[in-house]
Design a protein around this ligand. Structure first.
Ligand code: PEP
Length: 248
């Protein structure tokens, strides 16, 4: 049985004052039985991890460099993230793939660096609208999975998030059948590659998850939770999503 996960990606939003949300989520969902993760911008990681303490909310970063240290102005290394007390890091988000030209190989190296210091990467993959309309969604996503996920990954060291690019921040989501089709294919590929461990790797859906559609998405086959952007910015939106996941 895979433990469910609700991860919030704050992107370039949030403030020290906004970390109060961690305490609000912790008291509202102390017994959720799910992993709840907040991924704030890098400057808030240490404060967020202190605020989260040993409670039910964990903290994640939004990116890491593949090297442990060096002349990489503006970047942050995985061991530095681990030092803040964070436990997760998002890798390969489509906004980084698009803006910074991150390739699958770069995402795999970042994810391996994260695993190397005990962080769990949440590896993002997903097709563009053009690729979906051309009937190429499945081969594109499967190739991203194959090439972005490090060898030796296990259920304890990897989370995968399927995020169709055209669903991110748009209010559009795939049909539940389309989500199920992708997650079923990803599950089969993970099991083919990693054996029984592949069945333990969590598969999140991401892209316009809101309180109003969360229950349907969480009822979809092989969906183990969500990576949530806009609706993770306030407890009013994120809390009902966590509640829907708990109830699923
Ligand atoms: C995301 O950016 O990872 C995301 C899922 O965003 P949103 O929920 O706002 O579509």
């Amino acid at each position: 049985m895979r433990r469910k996960m609700a991860a919030g990606n704050w992107k370039m939003n949030g403030s020290v004052a906004g970390l109060d949300m961690i305490s609000a989520l912790a008291s509202a969902h102390s017994d959720s039985g799910c992993d709840i993760v907040i991924c704030p911008p890098a400057h808030l990681l240490m404060s967020a991890a202190k605020r989260a303490g040993t409670g039910p909310v964990a903290v994640g970063a939004q990116d890491c460099h593949a090297s442990d240290k060096g002349a990489h102005t503006g970047d942050i290394a995985a061991p530095m993230i681990a030092e803040t007390g964070a436990a997760y890091v998002i890798t390969g988000h489509s906004e980084r793939r698009e803006t910074y030209g991150e390739t699958d190989a770069a995402v795999r190296d970042k994810s391996a660096a994260a695993q190397g210091c005990g962080l769990v990467p949440i590896v993002c993959i997903g097709e563009s609208l053009e690729q979906r309309e051309a009937g190429e969604a499945l081969p594109v996503i499967r190739a991203q999975l194959e090439n972005s996920v490090p060898e030796g990954s296990t259920g304890a060291t990897l989370v995968v998030a399927y995020e169709p690019i055209w669903a991110i921040g748009t209010g559009k989501i795939p049909t539940l059948d389309q989500i199920a089709e992708v997650h079923t294919a990803l599950r089969a590929d993970l099991v083919a590659r990693f054996g029984p461990e592949g069945d333990k790797i969590r598969l999140l859906y991401g892209g316009s998850v809101k309180p109003g559609n969360a229950a349907d998405i969480f009822g979809t086959k092989d969906v183990d939770g969500a990576l949530v952007g806009g609706a993770s910015l306030t407890a009013d939106d994120f809390s009902p999503i966590i509640a829907a996941l708990t109830a699923s």
